[in-house]
Design a binder for this molecule. Structure first.
Ligand code: G6P
Ligand code: MG
Length: 215
């Protein structure tokens, strides 16, 4: 009995995961820290601080320096999302949102990003979203279940009646820990444990997805 769907944002509804990656790459290059696209896979869905700590490795940076680097990376990221528009919605996203709305399903965003709200607005989907849980909402980041539990509370749907749509391992882990259904987008090995794995939202209909989840 599914009554709510919680979407991760970056890498699910829009390709901002790529912008996060480029911003981290730029920072890492400036700092002479080894980093590449492959290493970035471990950062998917992870909070800003955790991401930086992974890139920093065993380099003993002061708290002040860590703060400065996080701000610098965020500056690059904010710059890159400035011109986001509805055209940046990933294929299938808008269709699915509309279908869910028509089916009376509550829709939330569950993103670790402090930039989730402006991105949702620029994508032109704010009117289709019932609630946003973002990087300001809870203390413990994914893979802790807190963010998704908070999102479920905002839309007033019990966790067991919620579906999470995620592209990151940490997000799938968080969804399962919250007792929710998990739909993983992307390569199987990245979204292990998901109830349903799909390459993307392209061509996905709610009727189909629901029957796969409840089969
Ligand atoms: C999302 C993204 C991560 C990003 C995190 C924090 O989970 O998938 O790549 O690091 O949000 O985003 P922020 O915009 O607050 O730095
Ligand atoms: Mg994501």
């Amino acid at each position: 009995n599914i009554q709510g769907v919680i979407f991760d944002l970056d890498g699910v509804l829009t390709d901002t995961a790529e912008f996060h990656y480029r911003a981290w790459q730029r920072l890492a290059d400036e700092e002479g820290l080894p980093f590449n696209r492959e290493a970035n896979e471990a950062l998917r869905g992870i909070s800003r601080r955790e991401s930086l700590l992974l890139i920093a490795g065993d380099q003993p940076f002061s708290e002040e320096k860590l703060q400065e680097m996080m701000e610098r990376k965020n500056g690059y990221y904010v710059e890159s999302i400035e011109n986001i528009s509805p055209a940046d919605l990933l294929p299938g996203a808008l269709n699915l949102l509309d279908e869910l709305k028509q089916a009376g399903i509550k829709i939330a965003i569950g993103s670790a990003s402090k930039n989730a709200r402006p991105v949702v607005e620029k994508l032109g989907i704010a009117n289709r979203i019932d609630a946003i849980a973002d990087g300001y909402s809870v203390q413990s980041p994914k893979p802790a279940p807190d963010l998704f539990l908070h999102a479920a509370k905002l839309i007033e749907i019990p966790p067991e009646n919620c579906v999470v749509v995620e592209d990151a391992a940490a997000g799938i882990e968080a969804a399962l820990a919250a007792g929710m259904y998990a739909v993983g987008l992307g390569p199987e090995e990245r979204v292990k444990g998901s109830h349903v794995v799909l390459p993307s939202l392209k061509g996905v209909s709610w009727t189909d997805l629901k029957s796969k989840l409840t089969a």
